[in-house]
Design a protein around this ligand. Sequence first.
Ligand code: PNS
Length: 161
Amino acid sequence: MKRAVYPGSFDPVTFGHLDVIRRASEMFDVLVVSVLDNKAKTPLFSVEERVKILKEATKDIPNVQVDSFSGLLINYAAENGIHVAVRGLRAITDFEYELQIAQTNRKLSDGKLDTVFLTTSLEYAYLSSSSVKEIASFGGDISQCVPEFVAKLIYGKYHIL
Ligand code: PNS
């Protein structure tokens, strides 16, 4: 059974992430979308909230599982018998960062964790969780960026309803 992990912060999940999730889910038997519990960052949504949001947003894709992890991705992958990580590439600006992470993971895992990149669909190439949060914090329209239930939760965090 071919399993892959799609790791990320997903704070919050956007249509860009969901596009990658849907396409990757068609390439693997199981796609584990795993939220990084990064103690160094102060996220808008807790890990538990992000997992819950992802579960709701992917509930129609049967081979997607949602989980969370802390520490190194290579250790999480090894513990779960996963040898492929999936990441989305929006633009050339993502490439350097992603290349470095992918090569580090491959080296650190002795070749046991490889990374597959999916180019984000053009209509979502401009999207990032950070810009979604910034737009929402000023009361802007994020309906093109995230599912409606996610938009409501984001506005709720900024006390904009
Ligand atoms: O959505 P993000 O924040 O761009 O995702 C980054 C992520 C989670 C893929 C990356 O930070 C990660 O895998 N962190 C876990 C720690 C790790 O394994 N670091 C080694 C690679 S440099």
